[in-house]
Every structure is written in structure tokens, then in C-alpha cells.
Design a protein around this ligand. Structure first.
Ligand code: ADP
Ligand code: MG
Length: 637
């Protein structure tokens, strides 16, 4: 039998040069300028620094400099500091299971120095002066003495200059500084006692004083919206302690990026714990909303493996299940021992549109109030389904059929008409006038009006020449609005409602960067934003047709579209996404009872739609049952 032989010929096995080894390591660890900032900041904290300054030029593409007042590196070890697999933090493999420092692999500096114009200057307390070592793309120069205080300064210029593929993947300076801001935030949150500064192109983005109370640092970053909604938790079970803050469910996000979890001081992402958190908030948040939290887990070092992810973002717990129930139990218990009913008054129907819907925490909820809670949480009977705990957001009020809200005192803006030139469909809906009496309401045919029967406050049933049509009221209205808004946006005629007092919205660095990067697109859909310092954005105008939405909430919703991976590639896609979002928000919902005028307005505009058959998400807006089919089913034919 003929035997088949391989067509591949063996090549001699070689040891790779240290340059190649470092480049491979850099490929894993250094994804973008923010990775450099993370590694350098962590080195400074590991060196016991109490003051660290990060100075960036052009999103870190041109230059990154980190200066600390830590222990410094003696001159004769500078070369080692930048060699791969050289570290002062562990000695043998056993130490891997008791890592107390951020670093331990000894590859960060070597990798960074391989792919940049790198310099490290350092001085320990034993020396009168410092020493500097420069490395150009992995090629070291002589060590030179230099004058400096005790500590270390690392400068990384022209990152990725010799790895063009990586450089090509970098985004704008604005996006990169967003990622850097996020890396900075994580380290700064984990180390509140450290004084930290972040400077971009000479402008201070953050200047953080050292603080004893974690709340102060959280407040520094995220402002009062979150800083005043912190609910403390603290619970130790055996050797595992969970402490920190969960955020009042009245404050939530459309993604899980604001879930800050620190394991023994290290920021981590852990899907299972994120799940535990959502479980703890179950029933307290609307679907699609994510809790915000700042939690610290402390446990013996040998119960967790931190050596499973190149950037050490993920870890492996020895007893993941126990930690899951610890987190879930602690937070649920916290909510149980808290008077949730008082939260129900949150979004009162009378709240002003656009007004920041904050409430005073009852004394028991004030951050700092002590928490008695039992150490071992009892089984949870799922109290959150009780209807009175309805403090998640109210359904967003309707655009063109919104009713004047009597309690609010102040007049609301007149609802925008459904279509340009059409009268607003509201007059008959004023509270003083009786609503349609019998419901489901069969509306009599009239010469001018198309009519329909509304069932389950969700569907409209009407007849056409062909047969019977069942319409999804939300899907159809969404379609109508989407086409109208698109029309207005393309003709530049979308009405903008200016805010008398622009509303500040505090975001994460990555979010604010995404907003600023897309400010032109946002302006097209009527959302006007400006930078306000730090990661706060000012909203100064918003689409008039969303007059009864909170501008801050609206901005957060659009951020979700902006941050969808790949969204930035196509401006048109982003715009379309945003149009969809606005249409969806402004449209009537399933469950909204409609007036006669509203129903006929909907049906009228159905005729005018370019694609009346699908909502912008592609769901059908209506189902048609032909006369013939009905006849056949009823055995008439
Ligand atoms: P690792 O942090 O994993 O040890 P690095 O390549 O980041 O590896 O750093 C190598 C070594 O250089 C560290 O172990 C530490 O001894 C020293 N070092 C790096 N940065 C600093 C700093 N800012 N201050 C003092 N020592 C530092
Ligand atoms: Mg390190």
C-alpha cells in the first residue's frame, strides 16, 4: 500500500532572540496606550508610591510619562528592571500563589521598551542622585546619572513605532485617552490613599487628593449622582470579606461597565460575579439595565489564581460557588434590611421632565449608616416581585399623547404634533374630559376617520379592502416616528430644545470620549454636548420631540449605541442606530391605552409610511388576515 508522507519539511528549532520574545509578550500585554498606563501605574503602586502623576500627549500615541515617589530602583538593577522575566516581586513558583503585588511576571517594562522610545530614571533613598537608562526599540544605551528626587519616572514615546500593524489599529487620540482614563480610574479607585493626577496635552483631567474614605474617591470620579446613592455593604464569612458599596437601584446603566470589583486590591472582571450582582438586583431594575457597584473582595491569597490572564483582568477562584453566593446573599440581605417601600416614591409621575430625579436617602440608607445584617444570609424568598417595590423607572411617557401632569405645578411643553402640519393628538386626552368609556373600545366609523379596535392596550384591529389587519401599536408608531425623524435629520430640520441650564452628566472616561468623538453625529440628531472637565459632559440641547425625557438618561441611552463594537466604523450606522433609539423611546408602548384621536392618527400615518410593514428593528408592524382566509376558516367557502 502506498504510504502518504507529509509535504511539510522540518525546520530547525531555534531559541528566539530576546527581542522577539519581548515583542511576543508585548503583543499580549500591551494592546494600546492604556495598557502601558496600567502597567506603569501598577508598578508605582507596587513600589509603595503615595503620589503618582501620569502625563499623556496625544492620547498616549506620542508620549506617556509616569512619575512616582516610590522606593526607586538602584542604579545597578536598572538593566534588570527592563529585562524580561526579571522581577523583584516573586522568587519561586510557590510565590505565585501568594502574590500581593500587581506585577509578578517581570515582563511589562521589557515589552514596552521593545516597542517604543523608552527611558527610565530612578533614585532610591540610598543614593544622592538618580540614574537614567534609555532604550530605543529594545536597544539600551549607557546608564547616565541624573538629578532627581527619590522615586521613578518612566517615559514611553512613540509607542508601537516598530510594530506598524498594532499602530494601525489604534483609534483617535480621543478614544485612546478614554481608555487611558478608564485604566487610571481602576487603579485610582483601588488605591484611595494614593494621590494621583492625570494630565492630557498639558490639561489636568484628574487631580485626586489622597482620601481615607472610599466614598470620597468614588465621588471625585462619578459626582453626586453616584456619590450620594451609595449603599454600604460589609460582610465577612470565614476568611472572605466583601465590602464597599452597591448603588441605589434608581441609578443604573445600560451596560455593566460601571461594576467595579476589586479582588485583593486588583480590578477584575468576573462573569459569574456580574451574574450574582444582577441576581441581587433582580426585580429592582428594568430589563436591559445594569446595577452600578464598587465592591472589594478580600480573601487569602492562596484561594485564588491570578496567573490566568495576560493583563490579569480575570482570575480563577478556588471556590467560585461560595463567592457567588456570598456576593448575592450579602447584597440581597442588604436590600432586605432596608425599607424598600420608601424608594417607591422615586419617579413620581409629577417629576419635572429633564429634572434630575434624585431623592433623599432615608436615614437608614445613608452611606455610613451602620448595617446590622446577620453574617449568614437567610434563603431569599424573592421579595422583589411585590408590586409595591415599583421604584424602577416609570415607563417613559409618550411623545405626542402625553397628558398634562397636574401635580407638577409647572406647565409642560406642548406635546409635539405627530406630523408636521397635523394638530397634536392630545386635546381629547386632557384629564378633565372623559376617556373612551367602554374598553376595549370599538370606535364608530366616521367619514373622515379610520377606526380600529384596541385590544389588550397593545394591538389595533382594523379592516381594509383585503381583510382584517392586526397592528402592533408600538411597532407602527416607532416606524412612523423613525421615518419622520430621519426625514427631518436629512433636511436639517429637527427641532432642538435648548436647555436653559445645561445638564452635567458624569460618565466613565471611555464613555465621555465616545460622546465627544461622536458629537457631530449627536448634533445631527439634536443632542448638543460639550466637554465640562474631567469626564463630565454638559448636555445643552436635545431633540424637542423627546421633551419629556430626562436629557441625562437620554445621553446614557445613546452611549450604548456609540459604544457597540464596530459602531464607529460607519457614521451612517451610528446615526441610524440613534434614530432608532429616539423613535423607540418616543413611541407609544404596548400597554398604553390610546384615545380615539390617537388611534386614527396612527392609522392615517400608516398610509404615509414608506415601509409600514416593519418597525425599524425589522419586526412586523402588522399582520393581515385576508377576507378569503377568514371565510375559509369559518367554512363559508
Ligand atoms: P513586574 O512588575 O511584573 O515585576 P515589570 O517589568 O513591570 O515587572 O517591572 C520589573 C521590575 O522593575 C519590578 O519587579 C520592580 O522591581 C522594578 N520597577 C518597575 N517599575 C518600578 C517603579 N515605578 N518603582 C520601583 N521599582 C520599579
Ligand atoms: Mg509590573
Amino acid at each position: 500500500m502506498p504510504t502518504e508522507t507529509s509535504t511539510v519539511r522540518h525546520q530547525p528549532i531555534r531559541l528566539l532572540s530576546s527581542g522577539v520574545v519581548n515583542k511576543i509578550a508585548a503583543g499580549e500585554v500591551i494592546e494600546r496606550p492604556a495598557s502601558v498606563v496600567k502597567e506603569l501605574l501598577e508598578n508605582s503602586i507596587d513600589a509603595g508610591a503615595t503620589r503618582v502623576e501620569v502625563s499623556i500627549r496625544n492620547g498616549g500615541l506620542d508620549s506617556i510619562r509616569v512619575t512616582d515617589n516610590g522606593s526607586g530602583i538602584p542604579a545597578d538593577e536598572l538593566h534588570l528592571a527592563v529585562s524580561s522575566h526579571a522581577t523583584s516581586k516573586i522568587r519561586d513558583a510557590d510565590d505565585l500563589f501568594s502574590v500581593r503585588t500587581f506585577g509578578f511576571r517581570g515582563e511589562a517594562l521589557a515589552s514596552i521598551a521593545e516597542i517604543s522610545q523608552f527611558a527610565i530614571r530612578s533614585r532610591t533613598a540610598d543614593y544622592d542622585s538618580g540614574h537614567e537608562l534609555a532604550i530605543a526599540g529594545g536597544q539600551p544605551s549607557e546608564i547616565e546619572p541624573c538629578g532627581m528626587p527619590v522615586g521613578t519616572t518612566v517615559t514611553v514615546d512613540e509607542l508601537f513605532f516598530n510594530t506598524p500593524v498594532r499602530r494601525k489599529f489604534l483609534r483617535t487620540s480621543q478614544t485612546e485617552i478614554g481608555h487611558i482614563g478608564e485604566a487610571f480610574t481602576r487603579v485610582a479607585l483601588a488605591n484611595p490613599a494614593c494621590q494621583l493626577g492625570l494630565i492630557h496635552n498639558g490639561r489636568a483631567l484628574h487631580e485626586l487628593a489622597p482620601c481615607d474614605d472610599w466614598r470620597d474617591r468614588i465621588h471625585d470620579f462619578f459626582g453626586p449622582e453616584i456619590g450620594e446613592a451609595l449603599i454600604p455593604v460589609d460582610n465577612q464569612i470565614e476568611q472572605i470579606r466583601l465590602s464597599g458599596y452597591v448603588v441605589d437601584p434608581s441609578v443604573s446603566r445600560s451596560n455593566n461597565r460601571m461594576q467595579y470589583l476589586f479582588l485583593n486590591g486588583r480590578y477584575i472582571r468576573d462573569r459569574s460575579l456580574q451574574h450574582a450582582l444582577s441576581e441581587a438586583y433582580r426585580g429592582l431594575l428594568m430589563t436591559g439595565r445594569f446595577p452600578v457597584c464598587f465592591l472589594r473582595l478580600e480573601m487569602p491569597y492562596d484561594q485564588v489564581d491570578v496567573n490566568v490572564h495576560p493583563a490579569k483582568l480575570e482570575v480563577r477562584f478556588q471556590e467560585g460557588g461560595r463567592i457567588y453566593s456570598h456576593l448575592l446573599g450579602t447584597i440581597r440581605n442588604r436590600f432586605l434590611t432596608t425599607d424598600l417601600t420608601s424608594w417607591a416614591q422615586l419617579n413620581r409621575p409629577g417629576d419635572q421632565p429633564g429634572e434630575h430625579q434624585r431623592r433623599e436617602l432615608p436615614p437608614a440608607l445613608h452611606p455610613g449608616a451602620s448595617l446590622p445584617g446577620p453574617a449568614v444570609p437567610p434563603p431569599i424568598p424573592s421579595p422583589f416581585q411585590q408590586p409595591h417595590i415599583g421604584f424602577t423607572q416609570q415607563p417613559i411617557s409618550r411623545n405626542w399623547i402625553d397628558q398634562p401632569r397636574q401635580q407638577s405645578g409647572a406647565p409642560l411643553p406642548t406635546p409635539a404634533p405627530l406630523l408636521p402640519g397635523k394638530p397634536a393628538a392630545t386635546p381629547s386626552a386632557s384629564p378633565s374630559q372623559p376617556k373612551i368609556e367602554n374598553h376595549p373600545s370599538e370606535i364608530q366609523n366616521s367619514a373622515r376617520r379610520q377606526t380600529a379596535l384596541q385590544v389588550h392596550d397593545t394591538y389595533l384591529i382594523t379592516e381594509t379592502d383585503e381583510g382584517m389587519v392586526v397592528i402592533d401599536q408600538h411597532a407602527l408608531h416607532e416606524r412612523i416616528l423613525y421615518e419622520q425623524i430621519r426625514e427631518k435629520v436629512t433636511s436639517g430640520g429637527l427641532e432642538v430644545q435648548k436647555l436653559l441650564v445645561p445638564e452635567p452628566v458624569s460618565l466613565t472616561s471611555a464613555e465621555s470620549a465616545a460622546v465627544l468623538e461622536n458629537s457631530e453625529t449627536l448634533r445631527k440628531i439634536g443632542i448638543e454636548v460639550q466637554p465640562f472637565g474631567g469626564d463630565t459632559i454638559l448636555v445643552s440641547g436635545y431633540p424637542a420631540m423627546l421633551a419629556n425625557h430626562n436629557p441625562a438618561e437620554m445621553l446614557r441611552n445613546v452611549i450604548e449605541s456609540l459604544m457597540t463594537p464596530g459602531a464607529k466604523l460607519q457614521q451612517r450606522d451610528v446615526l441610524d442606530d440613534l434614530l432608532n433609539m429616539i423613535a423607540c423611546k418616543a413611541a407609544i408602548k404596548a400597554g398604553d391605552r390610546l384615545t380615539r384621536d390617537e388611534i386614527s392618527a396612527l392609522l392615517e400615518h400608516r398610509q404615509l409610511c414608506q415601509d409600514a410593514h416593519h418597525c425599524p428593528h425589522g419586526r412586523p408592524t402588522s399582520l393581515v388576515f385576508s377576507r378569503e382566509e377568514l371565510d375559509r376558516r369559518f367554512k363559508r367557502i
